[in-house]
Design a protein around this ligand. Structure first.
Ligand code: NDP
Length: 296
């Protein structure tokens, strides 16, 4: 079998279009413009690139973008004061504190100081608890993007066997919760899992979020399974820098029914879902109907 490629770049463009349509309606019918505030502490080059990209895409869909760039030696007290100001600003519907933070800042403390209703990354402990108990929450962007692609490809996921490889708080665990919410039978695998290839062979859906280049091999994949590759790994091959996923794309695409490539799969969906979450947060804050198809 040669797998169908799930084109995350194209799918992310359709999500952004939906977001832009909803933003236009909010402005016209309700006189409200969704606003996303991004806080960057320090000068980590990768974080600077992400923040620029987020700001650009926020403006492109018609929302207001607020950037707060703080020095690397900003104190916890000063950062908490910035977050508090944003919590109380009615023009700000989404707040994202770019991670990782410099070592002297307590990430959990900062994330949990964000108003959960504005926590568009879905990392606040209240949102984690709401997701875990099947209640309305803000959902972490990368797993939300994976879920949207799976729903788009399969329609209903009910009864499917899903294996999530990785148990991080930002990808693996929320991904598993979302799949459970859609009535999959979910296994979470991690570094201590025994006979991982055999566990993966049971899966109709494989989500790989490990951070190890091309670890998941084609002969681990059940014939016809759907493979979602979250991994982003930089490697050097034939003297060139290359981005690869956690799945060995060449061999896995011979067995899978559908697969996301890296790059161009899950990656572009993450920012698209951040924009979707901001519109959702804005609608909830104003007691308005939420956009269809943009939430879990
Ligand atoms: P973490 O490092 O936080 O978690 C990795 C997980 O993989 C851990 O649970 C770990 O298990 C597990 N693991 C490590 N080695 C093995 C192994 N040999 N066999 C089975 N499981 C293993 O990573 P993240 O969840 O933050 O990210 C995962 C990948 O996704 C990375 O490549 C990252 O760059 C990418 N990513 C991509 C995003 C996107 O927008 N596309 C967004 C976020 C992440 P244990 O808990 O036992 O240590």
């Amino acid at each position: 079998m040669t797998a169908q490629i799930i084109d995350g770049k194209a799918f992310a463009a359709t999500v952004r279009e939906k977001v832009a349509g909803h933003v236009a309606r909010l402005k016209e019918e309700n006189n409200v413009t969704p606003g996303l505030a991004v806080v960057l502490v320090g000068e980590d080059p990768a974080s600077q690139v992400y923040v620029r990209s987020k700001g650009k895409q926020t403006v492109e869909v018609g929302m207001n973008s607020y950037e707060h760039k703080l020095d690397a030696d900003t104190s916890e007290e000063d950062l908490l004061a910035v977050v508090n100001k944003l919590n109380n600003d009615p023009d700000v519907h989404g707040i994202l504190v770019q991670l990782p933070l410099p070592d002297h800042l307590n990430e959990d403390l900062i994330i949990n100081s964000i108003d959960p209703a504005k926590d568009v990354d879905g990392f606040h402990i209240s949102n984690v608890g709401l997701l875990g108990t099947g209640q309305k929450s803000m959902v972490p962007c990368t797993p939300l993007g994976c879920l949207m692609m799976l729903r788009d490809h399969h329609g209903s996921l009910s009864g499917m066997d899903a294996v999530v490889i990785g148990r991080s708080n930002i990808v693996g665990k929320p991904m598993a919760q979302l799949l459970l919410g859609d009535s999959c039978t979910v296994t979470i695998a991690h570094s201590r899992t025994k006979d991982l290839p055999e566990v993966v062979r049971r899966a109709d859906i494989v989500v790989a979020a490990v951070g190890r280049p091309e670890m998941v091999l084609g002969d681990w994949i059940k014939e016809g399974a759907t493979v979602i590759d979250v991994g982003i790994n930089r490697i050097e091959r034939d003297g060139k820098n290359k981005l690869v996923g956690d799945v060995d794309f060449a061999s896995a695409s011979e067995r899978a029914g559908a697969i996301t490539p890296v790059p161009g799969g899950v990656g572009p969906m993450t920012i698209a879902c951040l924009l979707a979450n901001t519109v959702t947060a804005c609608c909830r804050a104003n007691g308005l109907a939420e956009p269809e198809g943009l939430t879990a």
